[in-house]
Design a protein around this ligand. Structure first.
Ligand SMILES: *Cc1c(COP(=O)(O)O)cnc(C)c1O
Length: 486
């Protein structure tokens, strides 16, 4: 039982209750056993819940109300860019010509969709300063792996096979070392300095003839712009390595600075973050990858090209790393990103970055008196606080995150990056009003006071949710995802 005295396991099924009605059979009945091999047929009827249509409607509606999304409340989850997803994107994605085409249709019948993809690639080239873009990868992490496979093929094509190591800063997102490992590289960590930026001395120490690439996020996951970026890309290039840009934080530099101009060779973008595809909950994403000239031959195939006869897929790419995703990538997310880019325009995209950065700096400065600020300098679109002070009072970052649920907020990212003790990483995004920012700030200030005066209320939070604290390890490792009849 939970604190609201509601049973946690609920059972709505009632024998004989029906929530559907099918018309009378008006085609000849077939013998299933003849059509489908018997191994594929179930032996016993499954035990399904027996509920009415209204029961099931209320069940799912109740579940949806317990969920938290950008459309229901503030969601300052650092590094995830949980900004508002304009509904015009949804309208366009539902156009018949986009929603009802089939990936196996002949190219000549989907020229409009191909044009949109081609145009989107062109916009992303312009935005990132890269020479060519693929839309195939399904998410940021998938883009990382795709980019690293291209770098690998590039070195192999040059018979430069001793390059087995990928350098990753200690503040990097966990997907960076994971992608490097899956792409067959060994990961080497480079330290951050006191100022939160990559320590150049340490970078010079770890770079060498075995360096395949450096993966970098800029601004980094502390929300800080890597000021020595040109020097860093130069250090790697002169050692013969390539430089990979994790573009998850592009919201901070959009229309202001371009990874291509910073010296990066490969870039992935998270269209579901920066370019407003709805995300969270494991829905489809899109992680296009941009490359500089010398990596173009290795792009995943097919490559979308424009000819005098129209758009078509070029499969004749002998050095390609191959396909990384069936069909067209996650086309629906690409339509949303394209709509967003076109409806914002260059000035709109510039305003996005400016507001995202101002919102983050405003919040950081107002919270600074109440929490430790490990890096006291202008941030970009996000910033990190440390809960060190509160920890001495017995209140952990986890407790603060849980207490925020009582105020109706999605908590910030916590315990990441790993190099900040009791880390809380806050990304307000540009789409939030000053009132929302102020309300959240007040909630954080109240929690800081509670930690001093009444720590139990924070330690035992949340108090307003249906269930209080989950065993998060068990929930992640042994999730119960399937209905089981009681
Ligand atoms: C979100 C994120 C990723 C991974 O992107 P997905 O689209 O979730 O796979 C990689 N790096 C950083 C810095 C991120 O914030």
């Amino acid at each position: 039982m939970n604190k609201h005295d509601q049973p946690l396991i609920f059972e709505l099924s009632k024998a004989g209750r029906i929530g559907y009605s099918l018309p009378e059979l008006d085609v000849p009945e077939v013998n299933i056993d003849e059509m489908i091999p018997s191994d594929y047929l179930r032996v016993e009827e499954p035990e399904l819940p027996e509920v009415s249509e209204l029961d099931i409607m209320r069940h799912y509606t109740a579940l949806s109300k317990r969920n938290h999304g950008v459309d229901s409340g503030f969601y300052p989850l650092g590094s995830c860019t949980m900004k508002y997803n304009p509904k015009i994107n949804e309208n366009v994605a539902r156009y018949n010509g986009f929603a009802h085409i089939h990936p196996l249709q002949d190219e000549s019948t989907v020229q409009g969709a191909l044009e949109l993809m081609y145009d989107l690639q062109e916009h992303l080239k312009e935005i990132t300063g890269m020479d060519e873009v693929t839309l195939q990868p399904a998410a940021g992490a998938h883009g990382e792996w795709t980019g690293l496979m291209m770098i690998r093929s590039y070195h192999e094509a040059n018979n430069d096979t001793a390059r087995t190591k990928v350098i990753v800063p200690d503040s990097a997102h966990g997907t960076n070392p994971a992608s490097a490992t899956v792409a067959g590289f060994e990961t080497i960590t480079v330290k951050s300095g006191e100022d939160g930026l990559v320590d150049l001395e340490d970078l010079r120490r770890v770079v060498g003839p075995d360096t395949a690439a450096l993966m970098l996020t800029n601004p980094n996951t502390l929300g800080l712009f890597e000021e020595n970026i040109l020097e860093m890309t130069e250090i790697i290039h002169s050692a013969g390595g390539k430089v990979y840009y994790d573009g998850a934080n592009l919201n901070a530099v959009l229309s202001k600075a371009r990874p291509g101009d910073m010296g990066f060779d490969v870039v992935h973008l998270n269209l579901h973050k920066t370019f407003t595809g709805p995300h969270g909950g494991g829905g489809p994403g899109s992680g296009p990858v941009g490359v500089k000239e010398d990596l173009i031959p290795f792009l995943p195939k097919p490559v979308l090209v424009r000819t005098d006869e129209g758009y078509h897929f070029d499969y004749n790419r002998p050095q390609s790393i191959g396909r990384v995703k069936p069909y067209y990538g996650n086309f629906g997310i690409n339509v949303r990103a394209y709509t967003y880019i076109r409806s914002m325009g260059p000035d709109g995209l510039k305003a996005v970055t400016e507001k995202a950065v101002i919102n983050a700096n405003y919040m950081m400065r107002r919270l600074e008196p109440y929490f430790d600020l490990p890096y006291d300098r202008h941030c970009k679109h996000e910033f990190v606080l440390s809960g060190r002070r509160q920890k001495k009072l017995g209140v952990r970052a986890l407790d603060i995150a849980k207490r925020l649920l009582d105020f109706g907020y999605h908590p910030p990212t916590i315990y990441f990056p790993l190099n900040v003790e009791e880390c809380m990483m806050i990304e307000p995004t540009e789409t939030e009003s000053k009132e929302t920012l102020d309300d959240f700030i007040e909630a954080m200030i109240q929690i800081a006071k509670e930690a001093e005066e009444n720590p139990e209320i924070v330690q035992e939070a949340p108090h307003t949710t249906v269930i209080s604290r989950l065993d998060e390890t068990l929930a992640a490792r042994k999730p119960v995802l399937r209905y089981q009849i009681q």
